[in-house]
Design a protein. Structure first.
Length: 336
């Protein structure tokens, strides 16, 4: 039987063999200072390197180490979701494996949690060692998201945060496929507070978020929490037909009261291109939403676990049976 733990640390990892040992060491140090039972829940998101092997080895002699090994790469947001599904602590902390989020900050989060906050998120006041483009695009992303959604998603805040058990239990009821976890945490509410920190440079290895994945995350964030892009066609349509009407009056005026003839082709071509471009753009936006609706209707599980290590049989539905997905409280939320 595993002991009851107070803190669960979720560490998603995708090809992090270069840093994972140091991450483990730093986390051990911090968590022993916290002075309460804890578990380090590593989620191996289909790494092709030795990340999982290293953690599995630690797990043989360190009973705080637990490993969930995905059958393939399902993505960062899904990995932390799986971590939440299996975490058993009274407070759950999500942290990146690359030490960009300083583990020492966890102690401050715990202090805030003890004061009664149910979510403590870490907002980046500075980001070191990241490209100009990444900084600029991330800043733009958080602001666009904020402008387009009704719920209050904090800017410049990643997934590095502490959540109370109550919050995690509610998060487990949200079944959506294209997940934007930090938005969902805002959506569930509860007493939330932030602490500021300087985001460090990645210790080693390279970012697992290339532009393509950043765009996907951005679209997931916006489409999960806003219909505004869909309304864009309506607003633009109204504005353009207004402009068209005024333009028509002008053409009529020229024809009736002056001798000037309008040369049509270039302006016609320009307007055609603009309109066709806009229509295709709107189709693309529609496609983003329709694709996500399609994902939901398929009802596939969010992830598939190949192997688990360190979980006691029967604990939290996370028994060693891996061929069959353990029962999760998703879809209906019966167990809550
Ligand atoms: N990650 C993951 N699955 C992925 C991509 C990333 O589990 O498909 C993990 C990665 O190992 C790291 C965290 O998510 O622990 C954040 O990724 P990364 O540091 O590459 O993102 P960045 O900090 O550059 O935005
Ligand atoms: Mg990183």
């Amino acid at each position: 039987m595993s002991r009851k733990v107070t803190f669960s640390i979720i560490i998603p990892m995708y090809n992090e063999e270069a840093v994972i040992q140091e991450t483990y060491r730093r986390l051990k140090k911090v968590m022993s200072a916290a002075g309460q039972p804890y578990e380090l829940l590593f989620v191996n998101d289909g790494s092709k390197d030795r990340s999982a092997g290293i953690i599995a080895e630690y797990g043989y002699w360190d009973e705080t180490v637990k490993l969930i090994d995905f059958s393939r790469n399902f993505g960062h947001q899904i990995a932390i979701t799986a971590g939440m599904d299996y975490a058993s602590g009274d407070a759950v902390i999500i942290i990146d494996a690359d030490l960009q989020d300083p583990p020492e900050l966890i102690l401050q989060m715990i202090d805030q949690w003890r004061e009664g906050y149910e979510v403590v998120y870490a907002t980046r006041s500075k980001r070191k060692g990241e490209s100009k483009f990444k900084l600029w695009s991330a800043a733009a992303f958080y602001r666009i998201l904020r402008a387009s959604t009704e719920i209050d998603i904090p800017v410049d805040t990643g997934d590095f945060r502490l959540m109370d058990r109550k919050v995690v239990d509610q998060m487990k009821r949200l079944p959506e496929n294209n997940r934007f976890v930090r938005g969902l945490v805002s959506w569930v509410g509860f007493r939330q507070t932030s602490i500021m920190y300087d985001r460090d440079e990645r210790l080693a290895g390279e970012t697992k978020y290339p532009l393509r994945r950043m765009i996907k995350l951005c679209l997931d964030g916006i489409t999960s929490f806003s219909y505004k892009p869909l309304k864009l066609a309506g607003y633009m349509g109204a504005a353009l037909s207004g402009i068209g009407f005024v333009f028509l009056l002008y053409v009529l005026y020229l024809a009736a009261f002056t001798h000037s003839t309008m040369k049509g082709w270039p302006s016609l071509m320009g307007i055609l291109l603009i309109f066709n471009g806009f229509i295709l753009l709107m189709l693309g936006i529609l496609g983003e939403y329709v694709g996500r609706i399609y994902d939901e209707t398929k009802g596939r599980p969010l992830y598939i676990v190949r192997d688990m290590q360190g979980f006691a049989a029967g604990a939290g539905g996370a028994a060693g049976t891996v061929a069959e997905q353990p029962p999760l409280p998703r879809a209906g939320g019966g167990q809550l």
